[in-house]
Design a protein around this ligand. Sequence first.
Ligand SMILES: C[S@@+](CC[C@H](N)C(=O)[O-])C[C@H]1O[C@@H](n2cnc3c(N)ncnc32)[C@H](O)[C@@H]1O
Length: 381
Amino acid sequence: MDRTLRAHRSLSSPQRQALKEALFNVGLWRRRLAFLLDQPDAPPPLLLFAFLHGLAHIPAPEAAALAGVEADPLPSLTPTPPPSLALRYSLPDWLADHLSRELGPEADPFCAHLNVPGPITLRANPLRISRDALASRLLSEGVSTRPGSWSPLALHIEGSRPNLYALPSLQEGLFEVQDEGSQLLGLLLDAQPGETVLDLCAGAGGKTLLLGALMRNSGRLLAHDPNPERLDRLLQRSSRAGLTRLQLLRTPPSPGLDADRVLVDAPCSELGPLRRGPDLRFHSSPDALSHLPPIQRAILQRAGDLVRPGGRLVYATCTVNHAENQDVVADFLASRPDYRLIRPGSGWLHDSCLQGDFLFVTPHRHGTDAFFAAVLERSAG
Ligand SMILES: C[S@@+](CC[C@H](N)C(=O)[O-])C[C@H]1O[C@@H](n2cnc3c(N)ncnc32)[C@H](O)[C@@H]1O
């Protein structure tokens, strides 16, 4: 897409937008479109025709002209409604089957929301600015926003996507781009100034930056990840965000750390952010659903030894899979009687973000990517 747009600089802004939407939708809907055409290997122009005519309801001759396909005869599309969840929402069979098992009757609205791009959400950096002041500052830079519903730091961009990277407010570290559900995971740890806080699966630091801001640059903020490039990116982002107390752990921390709080944002099958790209669903693999739980159990066990008595442990994923979520937590609790589940976000998190003892948010109910979290407290004795 970028190469094509660079090679055709004379395209107007609406033409560029149309090109992006055509590519996004043909990519995303390709399974449904192949069904409409009754051709598993239909070439891209035919897929575009099927999208424009079959799903966007543009009259067939106009759709054929726009897609550059032969209009005489016009390609025919099946009138049969898609007979399965997978075909209706253009998903691989294994994924639709899995989501049906996990979500029951909610699978249909969940899948429908996977086909609508999510909002662009920002997180105010409380070290530098309040959410209200950030909204005013962005407005002065030509970007209008509305507050999020669940995270007190979230602002959703309204209207068309601005070039965020050109905004002085981003360069000044006033905000990060972060889904509202992802913000909730960091907030659940309730990190306080002066504490020792460990982000055990820090990656490039989406949550670490939030934890550091809540700690107001006092205490010890530790971040570990086995992937060194991600930690390098975290370091760059942390200076822009104004964090001064971040310590990267390139090797795993040892038991006896006695951290006040530990976040495990575990590697997972990542079914929660599927709406973020048209291709993600076709690149996901069912193997992840079963090969990750033993890894997650081992990471959570290790994390359990790093928290001081009386401290807090948050286990989180961005996926919809009991085997990676509730089952991992149940296994942990069965082997660690010194831990108990506590209500996530007591005093500030809306009840509708809870499913039983856990946080569980989804695109169709909350407008967020899907996330799961459990908040565990270690007994003081
Ligand atoms: C969901 S991502 C973390 C995203 C990150 N917390 C953020 O908010 O940007 C999971 C991370 O776990 C890391 N990981 C994989 N195996 C791990 C292990 N055994 N211990 C700790 N982290 C691990 C991966 O490298 C990956 O960066």
